[in-house]
Design a protein around this ligand. Structure first.
Ligand SMILES: *Cc1c(COP(=O)(O)O)cnc(C)c1O
Length: 339
């Protein structure tokens, strides 16, 4: 990738397998009278490390090491892809990792067992504390504080990573991804009008939206919310961007920055998907060999296909879906699919 002389990136660890491929989904596109659908395969950033969090953690972990940290503390849902990526990268770099996990219930007394991401967290040797959802939500900052002091008192140097590594440092990962996408588009000779992705903690959206403005890529980024409202994500994305401004002393934001979120496809709630999402997951797997998950990419992909049917992308020749990973979350919900 050619370095962009206009952007002064901070230090980064090269941890992901980059660049990821950009591929057309032609059998699927032919079933809709709409644009050609492309997919940026960020599910291929590595094997068990799969997904979007590695791009953010390349910058986050570089900062942690620069500060002399030897222990990573982060949090998420019990099937968090971000926590799994942190656990595996911690093992790769020889750092201690402590995960603070929020227990999720699927309803009907079903809960997610030792499967998927949680299984990999244990396998990678992470320290794991699981809290009931209500307690986790009420005490999150207190829990970070408690565990941080615990490690400090042992003589360790903890580094705290927020949910999804979405903060002023993590968002560099998707600012940089925009540069990679520009190379992909040039090679494929396309000018996609829209970039679509699942939004969960806002960092991917912050990086992509800001990245397009900084790199002057004329494509509209659309985040499809998997949990909270569009208004929530507008605030969260702008908070990450202002954290980025203050950490890196960026005086002004590019005038073309715009943040667009659709919250029509959340369904029953975070980590819960309706039957239409599972139907899309099955269809896309069988038709294109592309595997989506029920928590993020399946929901967002289903949203994108619905928007195509509604004519939302009618003016566009090409659109790009960012596949942000999440496969292990599908295994954890295998009971939701029947064959
Ligand atoms: C975390 C995650 C997202 C959402 O990214 P954010 O930056 O947290 O908004 C999307 N897809 C997958 C598979 C994820 O793990």
């Amino acid at each position: 990738m050619i370095a962009d002389p206009n952007i002064d990136y901070p230090e980064r660890l090269a941890l992901a397998l980059l660049p990821t491929p950009l591929q057309p989904l032609d059998r699927l596109s032919a079933q809709f009278s709409g644009p050609r659908i492309w997919v940026k395969r960020d599910d291929l950033t590595d094997c068990a490390l799969s997904g979007n969090k590695i791009r953010k953690l390349e910058f986050t972990l570089a900062r942690a090491l620069a500060q002399g940290s030897d222990t990573l503390i982060t949090c998420g849902g019990v099937q968090s892809n971000h926590c799994r990526a942190t656990a595996i990268l911690g093992a790769r770099l020889g750092l201690k990792v402590h995960l603070l996990l929020r227990d999720e219930e699927l309803g009907d007394g079903q809960s997610i067992g030792l499967d998927g991401n949680l299984f990999l967290d244990y396998l990678a040797g992470a320290e794991i504390s699981i809290y009931p959802k209500a307690e986790f939500q009420a005490r999150q900052s207190e829990l970070f504080e408690h565990w941080s002091q615990h490690y400090v008192s042992q003589g360790d140097k903890p580094y705290l990573i927020p949910t999804g590594a979405s903060d002023g440092t993590g968002i560099w990962g998707y600012i940089r991804c925009v540069q990679e996408l520009m190379g992909d588009f040039k090679q494929a000779d396309i000018r996609p009008a829209h970039i679509i992705h699942a939004t969960g903690s806002g960092g991917t959206q912050a990086g992509l939206s800001l990245g397009c403005a900084l790199h002057q890529l004329d494509a509209q980024v659309l985040g499809i919310a998997v949990c909270d409202s569009a208004a929530y994500f507008q605030r969260k994305v702008m908070a990450d961007i202002s954290d980025w401004q203050s950490r890196y002393e960026i005086p002004a934001l590019p005038a073309s920055l715009s943040v667009q979120v659709n919250d029509d496809f959340i369904g029953p709630g975070y980590s819960k998907a309706g039957p239409e999402v599972f139907a899309t997951i099955k269809k896309v797997a069988a038709l294109e060999g592309l595997l989506l998950d029920p928590v993020y990419t399946g929901k967002a992909f289903h949203g994108m296909l619905t928007l195509i049917e509604q004519g939302y992308f009618a003016e566009a020749n090409d659109i790009v879906f960012i596949h942000t990973g999440g496969l292990f979350g599908l295994f954890a919900q295998r009971e939701q699919l029947s064959f």
